[in-house]
Design a protein around this ligand. Sequence first.
Ligand SMILES: *Cc1c(COP(=O)(O)O)cnc(C)c1O
Length: 443
Amino acid sequence: MPELPSLSERDHAVVWHPYTQMQTAPLAVPIVRGEGSWLLAEDGTRYLDGISSWWVNLHGHAHPHIAARVSEQLRTLEHVLFAGFTHPAAVELAEQLLEILPTNQARVFYSDNGSTAVEVALKMVLQYFHNLGQPERRTFLCFRDSYHGDTFGAMAVSSRGAFTQPFWPLLFDVEFIDVPVPGREAEVLAQLDAVLQRPDVAGFIFEPLVLGTAGMVMYSPEVLTEMLRRCHQRGVLCIADEVMTGFGRTGPLFASSLLQEQPDIMCFSKGLTGGTLAMGLTTCAAPIYDAFLSDDKMRALFHGHSYTANPVACAAALASLELTRTDDCTRQRQRIEAAHAAFRQEIEALPGIRQVRHRGTILAVEYDPGEGTSYFSRLRDAFYQMALDNHIVLRPLGNVVYLLPPYCTTSEELELLYAVLLRMRDVVLNFEPAPTLPEYLHD
Ligand SMILES: *Cc1c(COP(=O)(O)O)cnc(C)c1O
């Protein structure tokens, strides 16, 4: 009898995966179950999820509390259009979020994912100035290495990197400044001042304290506070993209909680539903919302998605938020933070390490391979494979390998992650740089 194709082979025949060169990428790993910090493959192999499945999971996979609330909501009301109608889960979630967000946040606008949350924020800023009779004010300011999503507006305010190159001609112009990493604060504040001389700057969008895709690049709340102050002095609206940093990832509930100056607009997704369902939201301060109020219908925000405020996603978010707000969750995050800090001490001074960065539950190790390396390098692939061979899911960014574990990850599980980070030094110390890079361009 001919052997039946495996799930991975069937996948390969019909599916197109994100961020994947389908011709050269290995077959996708077939995962059939999730449990706590672990993913279980079809053949019984267990993988420790060191990056919360692309930064979305907070409390572990297939969490029974979230599952129960989602299931209950599905049997009660699965969806209703959100223009002209509302439902309890959407109202409750907005009420609860406004309780814990920076105090100036006054309204919640629902959408589907991180990119749409950013698109909505950009449109809020542009139409805010349009409604105020200042349509010429339409330039965005952002960090040179930022990532805000894959839709066109989000790409435009993100780094002009290799991933967006085919689309560059169609991306609107923005002003880029550098990230004020430790030691470069004064220089970047001067760059900011120079851009703020332009009368047409409308908004500053930033990943607060940690730039994820850039390689977990970190900067201080003090310098960001100062940047927001200077923007506000020039009437520039500030958008905190908390899609990755939200819901405890950096320690406090929001990275913006550590700022002395509040952002005007905030974007959320990823951890919002605890990593169970796709949902995004954009919140804003009262003056922005008020600028859309009028007898004139054309001043309304004409933006919406079919699944806006989906009740099942709202129920998942409420259930996840309930868990996030417990003392138990705070203690888990503190435990991970303390473990990261101790491990940092251990690995930082060893050969093969360029820099270790750490904030909250995020730890990033930047290895030192000698000559320049890029995301596409063999080094990244060697790291990825080494992790997988050790039953650990990581997605290195070039020579940066980071941990971003679910909050339920135990101390013993953290030790497994640290052990592989230590072992990755061998890859670096024995590394022969590739003669050419593009042939390794996969994934
Ligand atoms: C992931 C991410 C996005 C995009 O979110 P998607 O849900 O993947 O569209 C936007 N901003 C930041 C900071 C992110 O990390």
